[in-house]
Design a protein around this ligand. Sequence first.
Ligand code: ANZ
Ligand code: ZN
Length: 980
Amino acid sequence: MKSYDHKRVEKKWQTIWEKKKADKAQFPSKKKKFYGLIEFPYPSGIGLHVGHIRSNTAMDIICRKRRMEGYNVLYPIGWDAFGLPTENYAIKTGIHPIKVTKQNTDNFRKQLKALGFSFDWSREINTTDPKYYKWTQWIFLQFFKKGLAYKTKTEINWCPSCKIGLANEEVVGGNCERCGGPTEKREKEQWMLAITKYADRLDKDLDTVDYLPKIKIQQRNWIGKSEGAEINFKVSKTVFDIKVFTTRPDTIFGATYVVLAPEHALIEKIKSNIKNWSEVEEYIKDSKKKTEVERTAEDKVKTGVELRGVTAINPANKEEIPVWIADYVLANYGTGAIMAVPAHDERDYEFAKKYNLPINHVVEPVFIGTEGEAAFRKGEEPVNRNAVCAVVRNPVDDTYLCVSWKAFKMQGLVTGGMEDGESIEDAARREILEETGYKNLKLVHVPKIAIHTFFYHRVKQVNRHARFNFVFFDLINTERDTMSAEDQKLHDVLWIAKKDLKDFFNVFEGEFILNLIDNPDYIHTGPGILHYSGIFSGIDSEQAKKEITKFVGGKTVTKYKLRDWVFSRQRYWGEPIPLINCEKCGWVPVPDKDLPVKLPKVTKYKPTDTGESPLAAMTSWVNVKCPKCKGKAKRETDTMPNWAGSSWYFMRYADPKNNKEFASKKSLKYWMGPGSDHYQGGVNWYNGGMEHTTLHLLYSRFWHKFLYDLKLVPTSEPYAKRTSHGLILADDGSKFSKSKGNGVDPMDIIKVYGADTVRLYEMFMGPFDQAVSWNSDGLVGPRRFLERVWKLAQRISEDQKNFSGPRVGRRNSRSGLSQTTQNSSDLFQVKKALHKTIKKVSEDIDTMHFNTAISSMMMLASEMERAAQVSKEDYKTFLQVLAPFAPHIAEELWSMLGEKKSIHTSTWPAWDNSIIKDDEIKIVIQVNGKLRSELMVGVDESEEHIKNQALSDAVVQKYLQGKEPRKIIYVKNRLINVVI
Ligand code: ANZ
Ligand code: ZN
């Protein structure tokens, strides 16, 4: 037999598979289908990246397994080929992007084929192909016709070096995502897509799909649904209102100032009232230079300027409050204005502290006793009390005065009820004296915050709702009155060091007290009971939200962080936006029969200095007749953003050659329609990068939902399941990139090791969902494994069903067994390992635990090597589970064993649970009913044998101390109890 020559084997099978169209998805078909999808690559000039191989191999393994399970599989591939690198290359070299794209896709195709991915190449698509982008343009026109594509002047992020408008998400830390240079703001007329109209469904429908939880969370955060209220604050002595957006209308009695975004339109209107205009103007100018990210960064020091001469009226308590501008308030979220409640919002608190603005607590935290005897008795009307809690510090040694109640094991501070007419301070002094005898105290601070506790009072034996006020004292000296005998009996008085308070407190409000000691202002951002809130005082804050909104004439609203999608670029290499501007008719769609609007040939690809697309300079292309009135008109010269073509490509794969529709309903119904079981429909499984969670994934869901509303696709969600792979990092842990010189050319390593080894290595290098570092040394292991699998085949002789060969490994040392029993025991061991592996690999593929699937196959190979005999059938089954991972070598060995049909069309093996059942079990050993030791024995081992083993156990011997046990109880296959 020849040695393993990956070059020969891989070339041979790739040629055969291609000729046979082995991986072609069948349509029409009566078979059940599986649609597996990966993000189609951008064919850059650099070529395939090791990261592509990781994700493509994973889905290839899944698809190959599905084929063996009897599915008609669609695993398609194409090119997301519009984009800047190609365009920039064209600008530099003058070579037409079409030509560059062709070179790059040819190269990518060759590389992907060399890896043996089972793509259906007959469905290859290319977003820059006019036959494809005809439908991208057509879908855009449907948006336009429904009023969801509109042109508007917006402030956009502008990259002066790329000369391109960027979407918010393309600006990273104030810099252009593409070139890394600083960006600025510019006003520009842009086409927009109204994705916000779908925000609610994009959020809600996540409940219906099987995405990884972290993907759902990222999408939800990006959409940023927020329920709140819009409330008007009158600007004193003017006709204007400031409309604020708040999620906490319940806190309005604590609103002590109003803040406008520096861009707020009102500022200009009340300019004449503002006494410090030049200062205000300066601040507005400065804030223009900052990005949103910078403005809202949590660690950023808050800045702002008061509009002197301007005040507003808090509609809840009619108080006159100052108006500020500050850049932590964003212009394009909510209403661009807020009511500031520094007692209950961290940002407002920070701002108020800095500028000395009042902090009024209106929501008081609630603590409810839930455990033991102090548990609040629900349904039993509580007795309400005003109470005090005294925080007494001894400044000499930083200890705190505590009490420990003997009868109830309750440990806390000095507390007690307040009597009518008594001040907080007086009540506290009285309680301290009564409970501890200390009397020389200096008042330090009375925090404005109070808390509510609900508990069962064990001393007074009543269900209690207490509102606790706090007082901070410093001890002046240790002089003390004697406590009453009764008090002494009830509790101990202790001084506890600050660091030990945490362990000492066992009252449920203990943690709050600790926080209060550290920050006497204590900002409470959660719900609670309202106070200082007029007729709403005493009410639960959550319940009060609606009522208060009504009370102040506000309106309940839902806001989203998501913004409409800037859908035009002033660039060449993108889909032309198929609209014509007529002096008389306005914007008119290009008629369907004239689609696609092809990109004209230009001589220069560079955007013009005015920022217009290079298409704008092509007067012969720009000037057209209006399709409606035949009058003078001009084409739109903006092109679509990169994300356009990828927003619907998965539908095109269902019917990639269709000239009449973007895809026929019949093909979409088969490949993406809902199924008979609980399958909701859509692509069955879509794997992609986390970096695409918020943009591509959201955009394509939006397009799909829109087409669903037009009844053009069968489901409202495009993807039933979405998973994600971890990045491959360079060996130094940095991001992998060729330009950094730490790149590995996949083609080089395929040459040396073979595609099967590279595939295995990338699946073996670590958990699939986590980032891993590339290490070329790691390729040796998988390569050796494949060589071992190859050698195993050598041990099959033509006329024998079983392997023969020298015995190696551990079972050789066993003596006293005849050769035949050894062989049958080996056969069983191998069979057992095999069935365990089938189970492991089957389950691991479906949960993307590829690395552990491979480990299990490696162990199986070792087991086979050790055995004297391995049946041909077992070996073939091994090849079958290996086939999705290493398709070439598996196919070659399979055919060498005489199989005429492809291993990839064979039936995925099933495992037999009775074979893999563990034959050893754990028996628990008890002595007098207490767990003392354990024992490993064979299943159904005789009772006598187990008793003897248990009695000779070292731990049991210790308890027996040489005596005989009184009784031994045995529960079969579970435990043995030695009674002494
Ligand atoms: C008063 C208030 C009191 C607030 C309180 C919070 C806590 P989310 O949940 O992210 O939607 N806000 C509103 N518009 C803003 C803007 N344009 N720029 C910056 N902040 C803005 O946040 C909503 C909350 O963020 C709103 O509720 C508002 O502050 C602030 F104890 O109003 B809140
Ligand atoms: Zn017209």
